[in-house]
Design a protein around this ligand. Sequence first.
Ligand code: ATR
Length: 280
Amino acid sequence: MILSAMARISGVIGWPVTHSRSPRLHGYWLQKYGIDGAYIAMPVRPVDLPTAIRALPALGFRGANVTVPHKEAALALCDEVDEMARRIGAVNTLVVRNDGRLVGANSDAYGFLENLRQASDWRAAAGPAVILGAGGAARAVGIALLDAGVPALKIVNRTAERAQTLARNLGRRATAVAWEKRSAALDEASLLVNTTSLGMTGQPALEIDLQKLPAAATVNDIVYSPLQTPLLAAARARGNAVVDGIGMLLHQARPGFEAWYGRRPEVDEALRRFVLGDTP
Ligand code: ATR
């Protein structure tokens, strides 16, 4: 695609960003919809983040995604922050408004829930959910699940204090569970979500016994490298419905794309395969 002088520009700010799949993802949509626009990777050191973010409106950018390790720091650098970003305590989508003001948003909870709903028959009312992990991803997933109406939420984390802090922040329906009790915590769960880095390529395996997990429960791993984590393989082997992690990435990208380029993009199997690298 040859860009005109009017091309709409956005991208992803991270450090490092070499491995980000977002340029491939947005590039696919830009081409598919024939949009005069570009989406680039922007490696920005933490020390340079304020300068880089403040420069976006001045440079005529439509906005940007923000990824690791900048999501929390970006919150304080926006002119305005929407309610979801404030609740999650992090920004993953920046939008430059027509008046030049920079608005911070967060589409991680939306992306998580959209993917879960599209890829499974899970219903919030079916029973308690268990989240492994208590970092930024766990917070977004927890908010999504509570907003969707889960009756109870168990937060299981290696560092007990982080689980307790998150559970307290999320409110009455959330409770902290000790990491050692993770297998027992699956009793009665209708959903298990792994938000830890365990099972990711180069990381230790997630050790958990699924014996107590009800057969009707859905298991969602937000790790997508590899796509079939040992957790998902074990869940599938015993008959549980499984949801892999790439869909959350695809769905969280949609609100940003729509804000920058004026078209609501679709998530389909061809996109999924392209972003995973199966097609050139
Ligand atoms: P993110 O913001 O992407 O969720 P994070 O804040 O670094 O990332 O969180 C990573 C999660 O993986 C944490 O819940 C972490 O547990 P701790 O809070 O105890 O650090 C979890 N995690 C990482 N390595 C782990 C390991 N070896 N065993 C158990 N949990 C692990």
